[in-house]
Design a protein around this ligand. Sequence first.
Ligand SMILES: NC(=O)c1ccc[n+]([C@@H]2O[C@H](COP(=O)([O-])OP(=O)(O)OC[C@H]3O[C@@H](n4cnc5c(N)ncnc54)[C@H](O)[C@@H]3O)[C@@H](O)[C@H]2O)c1
Length: 325
Amino acid sequence: MRVLIFGGAGMIGRKLAERLAREGRIGDRTIESLTLYDIAPASPPAGAAMPVMVETGDLPAPGEAARLLAGKPDVVFHLAAIVSGQAEQEFDLGYRINMDGTRAVLEAARAADNCPRVIFASSLAAFGAPLPDPIGDEHIAAPLTSYGTQKAIGELLVSDYTRKGFVDGLALRLPTICVRPGKPNAAASGFFSAIIREPLAGQEAVLPVSDDVMHWHASPRAAVGFLLHAATLDGERVGPRRAFTLPGVAVTVGGQIEALRKIAGDKVAARIRRAPDPFVQRIIAGWPRRFDTRRALDLGFVAESSFEDIVRVHIEDELGGVMPS
Ligand SMILES: NC(=O)c1ccc[n+]([C@@H]2O[C@H](COP(=O)([O-])OP(=O)(O)OC[C@H]3O[C@@H](n4cnc5c(N)ncnc54)[C@H](O)[C@@H]3O)[C@@H](O)[C@H]2O)c1
């Protein structure tokens, strides 16, 4: 099978590419080629079992998506996006990349005429307050940010292009991926990762919200697992509603810090400095807390079962399994 990743240089795209390169297959099908597309050049994973092509370009630019889809990939992971904070600040850019880019992928797949499995990374931001607790699969997507609106539009497009038989699509509402490795990004949710990542790296982290803020998380390793599972799912089993929320761990910020303390000790947990920021607090107030993800669970998606597991995944995957002091 041929696999194409839009957003192949991003955090999840990179991890997905590494896993595909290592395993050489999705389910029982061997990967014949892997193409990584991004506006920033992706690094091909070392020791890949298959040829890896690196392509760069601006996804919504005319002809770009069509150029990539002309190779008739069997599975397309559409992860390219600009994140919440940037999409809110740069209105036109957000719509161009997150909405026009998604439409371009779907149109190019339609023109290629081989009905690939297209897996679109959607977000919890598709939901907006007032929200029930937990939020069920049938709750209306009524976003309150531009990023969330762009993701909700993407979900609808994926379902409609699937209904028409142009693609066999799935829109996965990923939990907030934590612990995000590397440098902080422009996402308003960045502190959820920073309060674990920075203390484990011996640095101070700033916590802008109160300890009772609850949110929905899964690890980068779980995110890759979701995407791979989605690549093999029987579309008939999913039915016509192609967007759903994925499982995760509902935990308060206090619970996150407690998990860090249990695993890494008081000294590490003491590196979190509380500096309430009303701007961030206002954004977070409208965010979802937890979900009833019955549909995804029935379809076989699996996440971690505790935040301690999420911290352990970070230590194993990013710190070489070495517990910092
Ligand atoms: N990380 C999370 O917590 C999370 C949660 C929910 C949904 N998502 C979604 O999952 C996807 C991947 O997330 P991530 O954390 O890896 O994000 P990321 O920002 O690390 O990766 C996105 C990639 O898209 C690329 N991109 C941006 N504009 C582009 C353009 N014009 N043309 C081509 N490529 C372009 C970027 O260069 C980047 O490498 C995104 O769609 C994101 O919205 C992520």
